[in-house]
Design a protein around this ligand. Structure first.
Ligand code: TXA
Ligand code: MG
Length: 331
């Protein structure tokens, strides 16, 4: 059943009493707790099976809450926040001493975002506290863009999952760090980098595998279906294998004929629509009992940059017994 105001009040009461709530945002569903309640935040790490070195984003509903969390904010950070909030942008800025270390994984900085989703904003407002929330999936797995994705991965462990329907952006927020002199892109996401640079000028853009230095959670393998993903233009001729295809726009018949399932993310070639459909398509492909998912690379502009980032990470090979996966590996 879709969300009603009363659900929000009930969920806020749970947050106030130290509980955990899954809730929609415009990017992906989040798994939230009172950011000042260390025990509740520890519960998020436990449910997600997330390593404690990977800090959480704190969600706020108005600008006053930013000042509870951050101090000595550079001007460019404030300009970016004022331009894109509420929206799919996260800023990393020096934290106030009162923000618990468990939230920031011991870092002196806090990641903050104001989501552009009525339910999320109401939940934070009724809770009377900023809400620390990672995406509501098991660590390393595909992010949830509707309530059923959350139920599937975390259902038995989360008391309240607020169903706000499908997420309108569908890919996580863009993260920009203001900890060093020059602003640094920690994760491409829902606000295209081009838009950010139009607002505050050029920012640093580390190579894929360098993200982890500044953002501990940006491990190379991430956003992964159980089914192995290959990224590239090759429609591999692999006889006998059950193959799925993930593409941007419709492919000609001779390309799709070798695939059992084809997911086309935007018939009209719109990268925003493609980003919105990405995770749901990966979830569907992962349910088809395929041997392999072949994903074609997207144009490297606008939200295509964030889509390629997720696909590159999803396609990193699993190594046997390798953290974070404990289940047997089919490969
Ligand atoms: O769109 C989003 O950002 C969603 C929704 C729920 O808001 N949240 C989300 O959270 O994607 P999560 O935890 O899945 O990803 C947050 C990323 C991680 O890579 C983490 O390492 C990084 O943000 N991060 C959080 N706090 C940080 C900090 N203080 N410094 C550097 N990176 C940080
Ligand atoms: Mg995540």
């Amino acid at each position: 059943m879709l969300f009603q105001e009363a659900d929000c009040i009930k969920a806020a009461a749970l947050i106030k009493s130290g509980g955990i709530v899954a809730f929609p945002t415009e990017t992906v569903y989040g798994l939230g707790a009172d950011c000042f309640n260390e025990k509740a935040v520890a519960g998020i790490f436990a449910v997600k099976e997330r390593p404690s070195f990977d800090p959480l984003i704190v969600h706020i509903h108005d600008m006053n809450q930013l000042d509870i969390l951050a101090e000595n904010m550079p001007r460019a950070a404030r300009i970016l926040a004022e331009t894109f909030w509420p929206g799919p942008l996260t800023i990393v800025v020096p934290k106030k001493a009162s923000v618990p270390d468990i939230v920031t994984a011991g870092l002196p900085n806090v990641a903050v975002r104001m989501p552009n989703n009525r339910i999320a904003l109401e939940l934070i407002r009724h809770s009377g506290t900023p809400i620390a929330a990672p995406s509501a999936n098991k660590f390393g797995r595909i992010s949830p863009t509707c309530a059923s994705h959350v139920r599937e991965q975390l259902g038995s462990q989360v008391e309240i999952i607020i169903d706000g329907g499908p997420c309108s952006v569908g890919i996580e927020s863009t993260i920009v760090s203001f900890v060093d002199k020059k602003p640094l892109l920690l994760r491409p996401g829902g606000v295209p980098v081009e838009e950010i640079e139009k607002t505050i000028g050029p920012i640093g853009k580390p190579e894929m595998n360098m993200y982890t230095h500044a953002s501990p959670g940006r491990s190379l393998r991430h956003y992964s279906p159980r089914t192995p993903v290959f990224l590239g233009a090759t429609p591999l001729i692999l006889p006998g294998l059950r193959k799925g295809l993930l593409t941007f726009t419709p492919e000609p018949e001779y390309v799709i004929s070798g695939f059992l399932v084809v997911e086309t993310l935007s018939a009209r070639g719109d990268l925003n629509e493609a980003a919105c459909n990405l995770f749901a398509a990966l979830h569907r492909l992962d349910h088809k009992n395929l041997d392999v998912i072949i994903a074609k690379k997207f144009p490297d502009v606008g939200l295509g940059v964030a889509i390629n980032d997720r696909l590159i990470r999803a396609s990193q090979p699993k190594r046997k017994g390798m953290y974070p996966f404990s289940e047997p590996i089919r490969q």
